[in-house]
Each structure stands twice: as C-alpha cells, then as structure tokens.
Design a protein around this ligand. Structure first.
Ligand code: PQQ
Length: 737
C-alpha cells in the first residue's frame, strides 16, 4: 500500500518566518517568545520553546479563561474521558442495581476492522447529538447512529502497512469531536480533522515523522479552539512533546518538549555530553490530557526515558520523563511537574490518564488530581501546585549493578514499595493455590545478573482509564499484578527509527499474572474494595450514578459491579476481548451503554471488530449490522461476518500439532513478540521477519540469542526449541500471506 497524503492543508513548520507568522496569527507570542525561537540542536530546525522561569512568574495563568463547564457526562459522552476532568462518571441512573437484570443488547455493529493480531481495539466511543464516533486500530473512523447502530459515514485513512515503529501493536484510543469536526491522531503521526456531518477530510497536519519513531495512539483533546496531542515512541529514541493545534485550520499553536534543552530549567537533569542523549531521551505523551478550565491548565503524563532500561547514558533525574505535568492550556507554559520515578530504568512510567476531582479533606475542599502509575501506586496531588495531597514517602530502590545512577534520586513512592527485585519467598507468598509450575522456573537465568521484579512494564496500571465517582468518592482503577525479568544487553546504539531500549525484557515462564479492580477511597488513600482476577484487567472503567461500575474482561465479558461493594451484579459475554472502556448516553429518554469489543494483542485476548450497545430490555435479534463495506478504501477479505457470538479462544489460529510450540511461545516469547508474533512489547514482528522464514536460523537464534534477544539454549529443552521454532517458522512467519 502506498502512503498517501491528501493535501488539503498541510502546514510546514520548517522556517522561522512561517513559525513566527503563525504564532503571531494565533496570538500566542509573548514579549519573550521571539527570543525563545532557538535552533534545535540536532537538526537546525527552528522551534518555539517556552521557558519555565517566565511561566512561573505569573503562575502559568493566561489572562482570559474560557467559559467551559466541567459537568459530569450525562446525555452525551463528549470527550475521551467523558468530561474535561476525565472522570468517566455519568449522571445517568436508569440502569441501576434494581433494573440491571433487564440490561440487554440493543444493537451490534461490525466495523470492518481486520482481525489480525497486531491490532488492538482500545477506543472510547464519543457520542454527540445522537451520533457515535468510533475508531478502529487501523485508524478507520466511523460515525454510527447511536440509537440504531447504522453507519452514517466512514473515513478510512491509508497507513503504510509496514509501519512498525509502534511498540505495542497498532491501536488508537479514539477521537475528539467539537466545532463541527472530528479530530483523530494517526499511527503515522498525522493529526486530521474530518467534517462531523460527512466524514470529509478538512485538514491534516504532519505532527512528526513516523520513520523517526514518532507515532500517535492517543485520542486528541479538543478544548477552547485548540486540539491537543502528544506523540508516542518512547521505545524508539524520540524526543517527547505535546502540541496544541488550531482546531479551525490545523496549524501548530504551541509545543512543549518533555525534555528541556541543556540551557533551560531542569536541562541539567540529563548529561550534555557528546552523546546528546537528551535529544533521543523518550518521555512520550501517549495518553489524553485533562483540563481545568478555571485554572486554565492541562494535565498529562509523560512516558519512559530512552534507552528505557539502561540508565548509563543518562545519569540524573531525566526530567520531565515519568511525570505528571501541568501546563498553561493557552500558551503551553510550564506550571508544575511531579516525577513518579526518578531516573527510571524499569519502564515504570505513568501511562494512565490523569483524573481531576474536588475532595474535602480535613474540612477543606481541595482541588485534586489522581493518577494510577505502572508502579502500582495511585498518586493523589493538589492540582494547583503538584504537591501530594496525602503524604508520599520517597524511597530508594535497588539499581542494576552495572548501571550508573545517582543514589540521591530515589523513587517517590509509599511505604511498601513493590517494584524491586523479588525473591523466591516473595513469589511463594504470591502464588495462588492452583499454581502448578515450579517457583524456581520464574527466575530466568540470563547473563548480567538478570533480575525478576514486579509490577512488570505492563503495570500496575497501564493505559486502561480509571474513573472517579462523586457519589462514592472512590477512584476506580484496574491493575495488573505480574512479573518480568530484565537482563541488560551489551550496548544499545541510537539509530533513527530503530528500537532504543538498552535491555531485554523477558517473560517469566509459569509466573502468575492477576488483574485487580480496585475502589480507592480518595479521602483516606485506602482500598475500599478489590476484586482479583486470574488474568490482567485491561479495559477501562465506567462509573455511573446507577451505583454500578462497568469493566471489560479479556474473556469477552462486560461486567457490572456494585460501585459501593464490588459485588458482581451483571455480565454479558461478547465475541472478543472486552479491552476498551465502555460509555453511556441517553436518547429519547432511554439510557444506552456501549463498548468496542475488539481484543488486545498484549492481553492475548480474542480479536473482533464490533461495537456492542445495550439498553434496558434491548431487542437485538442476534445479527450484527455490517458496517464493513468501504466506500473510501479497499474491502478486506478478513472482515468478521459471524452472526453467533463464538466461544473466545486463547490465541490465534493454530492447529493441534503446534500445541507444545504454542505453549512454549506463550510462556517465553509472547510478551516481547506479541500474540501471533506481531509486535509485543519490544521484540520484532515475526510475521515480517526474514529470519523467521528459515527453520535452522530460528533454532539458532532461540538457542544462542542474538541482536536484542537472550539465549534460551539452557532454559528450554531440545524438544521445546524444536516445537517453538516450528511454530514460529510454519505458523507465524506465514501468518500474513
Ligand atoms: O513509550 C511509548 O511511547 C509507549 C507507547 C505505547 C502506545 O502508544 O501504545 C505503549 C507504551 N509505551 C507502553 O509502555 C505500554 O506498556 C503500552 C501498552 C499499550 C497498549 O496499547 O496496550 N501501549 C503501550
């Protein structure tokens, strides 16, 4: 497939004159801003930098604050997080503890997305004026009648099929709708605006160059005439940034680099040596911000440093990676930051969207912010200042022996900090009664003193959004409780667009993984209730005034829990992993509930392509509406057409003869190479790998390791190596043919 740009309005920001002109046009240049047009050290390009000192003088506030309310979601679901505070709480209560048994499917629509394992359905639907806007992992955007599920329009962009600079598989978390437009960030790092009525492309902007490792997986945020987006690519040596674009025309209004230049405040938290690693230091922004219109701040999280698991080239705190950040929404000026993990070498960056809420503590109403980290901790801060609302004790944690780090920069976490090397005794305590493996087997013996730790790089809490309910005053969060082993590779050299990680993450065979659904009391920072699953919890949470919270399960169930007690009160099983957040809305006096059930590559769940919508006494006849016919793209032959919900399987299509190979693959290879070999956390895509096409070479690589892969020769038996090599060679490398 050829990469195609339809050039409706493509703004290039190469020259200072264009930049200055546009910035003046947008009215964002302050008196000092021209001095801030400094050459970017690596490229000679000119960019607008905001200085933090200047912003601090006026506390980052802009003179004119827009009048936008922060009501909870009700009839509509207008932003990614349901409202500007990202609370994912709806005031609708028709579906409640008394009526829940009558909640049944009303319509089901098949979006025509590929069932290929590299795609993960993570999008939150947006519902405005009776229309639902939803995006597939391939970045197709569809508008559906929210009452009937019938397709109104579709926009199917062409993305380069070979695009492989996405760490964790192709996905998008959705779109933003406002101002008569639908905004979407694409995997090839374009930001587009579509006509809300027709789906016609109105403008597109190249946010960054995907071939340098930049991509967009987050839903953009629309606020007060601007569209905000960050970039992903923390595993590819990008320099993280967040930008505001003019919603009307698509030009850039401001950008804020998550890594300051050496001459800026906190620039000294990176070495400015000949490596200039700060130019490739990661710190992406791949989740949607929240806004406080009254303060005029936007809040977001920044991802991990690069190289991710090797700190030797980047001694220091590495600000503003691994942080919660507040900026002035109008100007992009820095306001405050809170770094969760100083000098991260564990891939334990915050990835869960920030939530804003007000809470009374000790008789005083506080403007709060909550964020659930991959560390397994929830951080409650004062959103005006970034100070912890409830004390957080900083603790030192062990570093990998050979990595240089500053001992004065410990993690800011609570008392019983978990992410550290675990011992066999720790694991024994953790194992469930039905665990059948040997404890020793979860400590993977590689060179360079590998360590086993938890939470793993999947979290704690990963991207699946949390929710806050003003009725229970609980912060609801999904967690994963699992192990990972890290082993350092010799040296990782930065190459444009290449992976830049610095270490190897190895799944630990036989280690248990559990998921948690937790209600946290925000007043006391204690757990009110917790449900534990035997698989990770990877979907997102919807909280409602009907006293029910809704959570998706890897096995395809959408589950309702009593919001106060955690008791399961309802569930419905769909035909694919429920790995996206659900939403609720009202049309003609009736409450609807919707979820895109399409599976997830990292969670290893069954893939699908349907939006399921429920209401009380819903009357779905069992036949999905087929919205797969494409009017602006070529029809795909693997579109889902099944009428009957099918029993979910645990993985992709394989015959029985590969049973052992598959189980060895799942225990040892899946977390790096992904389900069906397609882009797990950091391993190459085996479906596109030439090496995987040759059985002998696969065996050699498994036995002896190579490139970034560790050797499995002493870990797997000859038979296991043979079986998994055949599985890779005969199933995975042929999977896309
Ligand atoms: O550093 C990055 O840029 C980046 C991006 C993404 C992404 O955009 O999906 C993920 C991660 N990191 C990551 O660390 C992670 O655990 C993760 C899980 C997922 C997913 O879609 O399930 N994406 C990502």
């Amino acid at each position: 497939m050829k990469f195609s740009f339809s050039k409706v309005l493509l703004f290039s920001f190469v020259g200072i004159i264009v930049i200055a002109g546009l910035a003046f046009y947008a009215g964002v240049l302050t008196k000092n801003s021209l001095e801030d047009l400094k050459p970017e050290e690596d490229s000679g390009e000119f960019i607008i930098e905001t200085t933090t000192e200047e912003a601090e003088e006026n506390n980052g506030k802009s003179p004119s604050q827009p009048d936008i309310n922060v009501d909870y979601a009700k009839e509509e679901w207008i932003t990614h997080g349901g409202d500007y505070y990202n609370r994912r709480f709806s005031e609708l209560d028709q579906v409640n503890l008394e009526t829940i048994n009558d909640l049944k499917p009303e319509w089901v629509t098949s979006l025509g997305a590929s069932l290929d394992m590299k795609f993960s359905g993570e999008a939150t639907p947006i519902v405005v004026d009776g229309v639902m806007y939803i995006a597939t992992a391939e970045n197709d955007v569809l508008a559906l009648d929210a009452k009937t599920g019938e397709k109104i329009w579709e926009y199917r962009p062409e993305i380069e099929e070979k695009l492989d600079t996405v760490c964790c598989g192709w996905t998008t978390r959705g779109v933003a709708v406002a101002d008569g437009k639908v905004f979407a960030g694409l995997l090839d790092a374009r930001l587009i605006a579509l006509d809300q009525q027709t789906g016609e492309l109105l403008w597109e902007t190249e946010v960054a160059d995907w071939e340098e490792g930049y991509t967009i997986t987050s839903a953009p945020l629309y606020y007060n005439g601007k569209v905000y987006t960050g970039v992903a690519g923390g595993e590819y040596g990008i320099r993280g940034r967040i930008m505001a674009y003019d919603a009307e025309f698509g030009h850039e209004v401001w950008r804020w680099y998550t890594i300051p230049t050496p001459y800026e405040k906190n620039g000294d938290t990176w070495p400015d040596d000949e490596n200039k690693n700060w130019l490739h230091g990661g710190a992406p922004v791949w989740n949607t911000p929240a806004v406080d219109p009254e303060l005029g701040y936007i809040y977001f999280v920044t991802g991990n440093t690069a190289p991710d698991l090797d700190g030797s080239k980047r001694e220091g705190d590495n600000l503003y990676a691994n942080s919660i950040v507040a900026l002035n929404a109008e100007t992009g000026d820095y306001v405050w930051h809170f770094q969760q993990v100083h000098h991260d070498i564990w891939d334990l960056d915050p990835t869960n969207p920030v939530i804003l809420f007000d809470v009374e503590i000790n008789g005083e109403t506080r403007k709060a912010l909550g964020e659930a980290g991959k560390t397994g901790w929830i951080y409650f801060l004062d959103r005006e200042t970034g100070e912890p609302l409830i004390g957080i004790e900083e603790k030192e944690v062990p570093q990998l022996a050979e990595q240089k780090t500053s001992p004065t920069q410990p993690f800011p976490v609570g008392d019983s900090f978990v992410p550290q090397a675990v011992t066999e005794e720790d694991v024994a305590r953790d194992l469930s009664d039905d665990f059948e493996g040997e404890i020793g087997s979860i400590f993977t013996p590689f060179w360079d003193e590998p360590i086993t730790l938890k939470p793993s790089a999947f979290g704690g809490a990963n991207w699946p959004p949390s929710a806050y309910s003003p009725e229970t005053e609980y912060f609801y969060v999904l967690g994963t409780d699992g192990y990972i082993a890290l082993s350092r590779m010799d040296e990782d050299i930065y190459e444009e667009g290449g992976m830049y990680i610095g270490s190897i993450m190895v799944p630990v065979s036989d280690a248990p993984t559990r998921g948690t659904v937790t209600a946290m009391d925000v007043k006391t920072n204690t757990i009110a209730w917790q449900v534990v699953w035997d698989t990770n919890a990877y979907s997102g949470i919807l909280a409602t005034a009907g006293d029910i919270i809704f959570v998706g399960h890897n096995d395809g169930r959408l589950i309702g829990f009593n919001a106060k007690t955690g008791e399961e009160v309802w569930s419905y099983k769909m035909d694919a992993g429920a790995n996206a957040p659900s939403v609720t809305y009202e049309i003609d006096g009736e409450q609807y509930l919707s979820i895109f059930a399409a599976g997830n590559s990292l969670a290893g769940s069954v893939h699908g392509d349907k939006v399921y919508t429920f209401k009380l006494n819903g009357g779905w006849d069992g036949t999905p509406i087929d919205a797969s016919e494409k009017s602006n793209g070529e029809a795909k032959d693997d579109v889902a057409t099944d009428e009957e919900p099918t029993e979910p399987e645990t993985t992709g299509e394989t015959s029985d003869s590969y049973e052992l190979g598959l189980s060895v693959y799942e225990g040892n290879c899946l977390s790096c190479h992904g389900n069906m070999g397609e882009n797990g956390h950091n391993g190459p895509n085996l479906q596109l790998s030439e090496l995987a096409e040759n059985y002998e070479e696969v065996v050699d690589r498994i036995k002896n390791g190579g490139s970034t892969m560790p050797a499995f020769g002493t870990i797997l038996t000859e038979e296991e190596i043979d079986e998994v090599a055949r599985y890779v060679n005969e199933v995975l490398s042929k999977a896309d043919e």
